[in-house]
Design a protein around this ligand. Structure first.
Ligand code: PMP
Length: 404
């Protein structure tokens, strides 16, 4: 909305200029011969589409340190990539174990308790089908400690899935260390990198994960596009079967416009990542400091100023005397778009599973607010938000300040 200060980038970032510019030719009327066609067709239009797709794949791969472009499988986003990774790797590992003579093999998988629902739901489905599953509780600030992770591994663990960065409170996990521990126990490792993309430097090859998920729109690309990184020779059974596109790992005619926009957004984000990380970390620290000074506000996690262990663009607080929904609507009327808990579950009035896993009481969690921003957000936007937020608090809620 015109005049609205958008502070919900963790739900979806605005399309960046670089992405819009590169996608425009694909969206122009009459573009069918220059920028259209099916990347799997043999004629010249198809070959041109194929070359645009492969160029986008190489650019995305380079941006996230994937090594081989072929290890990038384009998907409709991180939800699809998470589902495909969890179900596809567990299915293939189970089949392999049986082929190796381990009849009756029951696979075990590990996920952190603060994963996005698009990891937790497939884990629950697999459990209902007879798999063993461990949901690993984080510490009070949302970290999965290497010791807890090590202790959860079993002889039959085939896969562990731990997100690179949390979408609600911004905790960044020690993925390299966790992946090495998983490999030491013979398990594969998947990381949901949807919130990390564009915010922190990602070097998939360096950290040694077997699979990772991405959503373009979290980093300024188009919605409905993303990728599954699948390291060569990782056991995997495709969920979407059909025409055999994406080397049989994800059937369906590829979204070339989306892939090109995704690649442009990845490169733009990577080019400004260091500088933006520094600038946005300062915004985060300033906002936490100012909000925490109010006795109705409790930060959901303890973020040390300057800390690189939390995303630079997310602040999450619990507000005494308010339900998130009331505050969101009040702030919306005041011209600020923010979120409470996770946008994906904002239809429900349940406390966030992430805040619960951190040990925050339901009463507090129901008053949680997430403020998130990006490259076009200014210090003045954050200051204006702070003023509007305090005005909402002054206008009253349902009870007094937190008692502890
Ligand atoms: N994982 C994380 C950590 C997310 O924040 C999101 C989006 N909220 C997803 C996965 C799913 O992404 P998408 O809705 O774009 O498929």
């Amino acid at each position: 909305m015109a005049g609205q200060v958008y502070l919900d980038w963790a739900a979806s970032a605005p399309l960046c200029d670089e992405s819009a510019v590169e996608m425009r030719p694909y969206l122009a009327p009459g573009a069918e011969f220059e920028h259209g066609g099916n990347a799997n067709s043999l004629h010249s239009v198809g070959r041109k589409a194929f070359s645009a797709l492969e160029d986008a794949r190489a650019r995305v791969a380079r941006s996230v340190g994937a090594g081989r472009p072929d290890d990038i499988v384009f998907t409709s986003g991180a939800t699809e990539a998470n589902n495909a990774a969890v179900k596809g790797i567990v299915a293939a590992c189970t089949k392999r174990a049986v082929q190796q003579g381990r009849r009756g093999f029951v696979p075990h998988l590990i996920a952190s308790a603060i994963e996005h629902d698009s990891v937790l739901a497939p884990v629950r489905e697999l459990k209902a089908q007879g798999c063993e599953a461990t949901l690993l509780k984080p510490d009070r600030n949302g970290f999965i400690t290497p010791a807890a992770f090590q202790a959860a591994l079993r002889e039959n663990t085939v896969l562990a899935s731990v997100q690179m960065a949390n979408n609600e409170v911004g905790t960044i996990q020690p993925i390299g260390e966790l992946a090495a521990i998983a490999h030491g126990a013979g398990a594969l490792f998947h990381a949901d990198a949807a919130q990390a993309l564009g915010k922190i430097a990602i070097d998939l090859h360096g950290i040694g994960v077997d699979a990772a998920s991405f959503s373009a729109h979290k980093a300024g690309g188009p919605q409905g596009t993303g990728a599954l990184f699948l390291k060569a020779r990782t056991p995997f059974e495709a969920s979407l079967t059909g025409g055999g596109q994406e080397q049989g790992r994800r059937s369906g005619t590829q979204n070339i416009c989306g892939a090109v926009g995704f690649a442009a957004a990845c490169e733009a984000a990577r080019a400004m990542q260091e500088q933006e990380c520094r600038r946005q970390t300062a915004l985060r620290d300033r906002l936490y400091e100012r909000l925490a000074a109010h006795d109705c506000v409790m930060p959901s996690v303890a973020v040390e100023p300057g800390s690189a262990r939390f995303l630079p663009n997310v602040v999450n607080v619990c507000v005494a005397g308010f339900e998130s929904e009331t505050l969101i609507l009040k702030l919306d009327r005041a011209g600020f778009a923010v979120a409470g808990g996770s946008a994906c579950s904002s239809q429900s009035l349940k406390p966030s599973h992430v805040l619960r896993a951190l040990g925050i009481s339901d009463d507090r969690a129901l008053g949680s607010l997430r403020v998130s921003w990006g490259r076009s957000t200014t210090a003045a936007d954050i200051d204006a938000f702070t003023t509007a937020f305090f005005a909402c608090l002054a206008a009253g809620g349902r009870s007094a300040a937190w008692s502890s």
